[in-house]
Design a protein around this ligand. Structure first.
Ligand SMILES: Cc1cc2nc3c(=O)[nH]c(=O)nc-3n(C[C@H](O)[C@H](O)[C@H](O)COP(=O)(O)OP(=O)(O)OC[C@H]3O[C@@H](n4cnc5c(N)ncnc54)[C@H](O)[C@@H]3O)c2cc1C
Length: 398
């Protein structure tokens, strides 16, 4: 195994990788380089805070394997370190006969992936769990829950440091130079040498890979997800997690209701093209990011193929009424006045030049480097398992 490892990106995946590496290779020197002033400032804390159990993913895929083992590892980590979490269970709600049919397929996937306790419920049974839910049937997924991912990231930093590793904040990697046996990284806080490089740069992972001379076939296309909050007096409409039946051709799950671990209920996220990779407000614009996305033929092919869906997403982003209407399919009693604007997150979603979205997690190997080029949801849940997978792949190379 390499003795000096540098990880670019102090989001949950980079931190979990450093942690797993130090646990299995305590003699190695591990440095995490993070451009922000603290851990997990991007996707890892701009998300729904859900612990996904691996329901949706194609059996045999990395997502399926790492989500199922990842949720168990994450729950153990939270228990061990006193991190706020709750296994509250989730309902996936079918609103018509077609969706009800698709619930059966989802249950088969859940069983193939090794989830336990997943049950199909009729209307009476689902009302016992969520009294205000609409729809005709539901799938109950008891293993899923909610968590405070900011606390997870902060604790990972503490554990990495306790194990002898270093997390360097305000260290943006600007250049990566191969130097015979390894790499020299030039950062805003000085130079760092490494025998092995792990790229966990999330929304910038394709650019960091390119800095190391590995131009991935795919590009990161940023998809913004916007949330609304339920007013305090109407939070009783949602007890746990209420999700729609997703279209499994897309990695996005559809707007849903999420109870937050420290109180409150959020509704969302939708999925619209972001005009900045780290743009959390509607009007945030980064010309380089926007030109990068619009100059990518894959995006035009994607939009051409899914014209109707893209247009509907844009309309729903601009219209609170349409957003509310989507949510009312799940909870008919919801009213427009119950919703106020919440936060947003930006997904780092890899896309092929053909316009296909990369569905699975994707790790690309280069000599003395490994690049995580696609780690969208449920990578926060699965982060500890992804970290262990990266360590195992590094060991294969040694
Ligand atoms: C709206 C939304 C909802 C989601 N909901 C869930 C959910 O409920 N459950 C779940 O499991 N997953 C969810 N996800 C997915 C999950 O949040 C991500 O998969 C996960 O956080 C990815 O972690 P990461 O470490 O790869 O990326 P990030 O958290 O984005 O971390 C990458 C880090 O790299 C740093 N970086 C980038 N470039 C450089 C550079 N040049 N030098 C130094 N540092 C650099 C960035 O500053 C950043 O901190 C959601 C995502 C979104 C956007």
């Amino acid at each position: 195994m390499p003795s000096r490892v540098v990880i670019v990106g102090g989001g949950i995946v980079g931190l979990a990788t450093a942690y797993r590496l130090l646990q299995t290779q305590p003699a190695s020197t591990v440095v995490v380089l993070e451009k922000e002033a603290g851990p997990g400032r991007h996707q890892s804390t701009h998300n729904s805070g859900v612990l996904h159990a691996g329901l949706y993913y194609k059996p045999g895929s990395l997502k399926a394997r790492l989500a199922v083992s990842g949720i168990r590892q994450m729950v153990d980590f939270c228990r061990q370190h006193g991190i706020a979490h709750e296994i509250c269970g989730k309902l996936v709600v079918a609103t018509d006969a077609d969706e009800q049919q698709r619930l059966h397929q989802l249950r088969e996937r859940a069983e193939a992936n090794g989830l336990t306790g997943v049950r199909l419920l009729g209307r009476e049974e689902m009302l016992e769990i969520e009294p205000h839910v609409g729809g005709v049937a539901a799938l109950h997924v008891p293993e899923e829950g909610i968590v405070d991912y900011a606390q997870v990231c902060a604790r990972l930093v503490t554990e990495i440091e306790a194990l002898g590793g270093t997390v360097r904040f305000l260290s943006r990697v600007r250049q990566i130079v191969p130097d015979g046996k390894g790499w020299k990284l030039l950062t805003t806080s000085g130079e760092v040498d490494a025998d092995y490089l792990v790229n966990c740069a999330g929304l910038h992972s394709d650019r960091v890979a390119a800095l190391a001379g590995e131009v991935p076939e795919v590009k990161i296309v940023p998809f913004r997800g916007e949330y609304y909050q339920l007013s305090p007096e109407r939070q009783g409409l949602v007890r746990h997690l209420i999700y729609p039946v997703p279209d499994l051709h897309f990695p996005f799950l559809g707007v849903h209701f999420t109870r937050l671990i420290h109180g409150g209920v959020e509704a969302g996220p939708n999925a619209v093209l972001a005009c900045a990779r780290e743009g959390y407000r509607k009007l945030d614009l980064n010309l380089v990011d926007l030109a990068d996305a619009l100059g990518y033929p894959g995006l035009w092919r994607f939009m051409g193929r899914h014209r109707r869906m893209c247009w509907d997403e844009v309309r729903r982003s601009l219209s609170k009424r349409l957003f509310c209407a989507s949510l009312q399919r799940l909870v008919p009693e919801l009213r427009l006045g119950d919703l106020s604007p919440g936060g947003a997150g930006v997904r780092a979603q890899a896309m092929h030049p053909s316009g296909e979205l990369v569905q699975d997690f994707s790790l690309i190997r280069q000599a003395r480097a490994l690049h995580v080029v696609n780690a969208p949801s449920p990578a926060a849940t699965a982060s500890l398992a992804i970290g262990a997978e990266i360590v195992a792949r590094m060991a294969e190379e040694a």
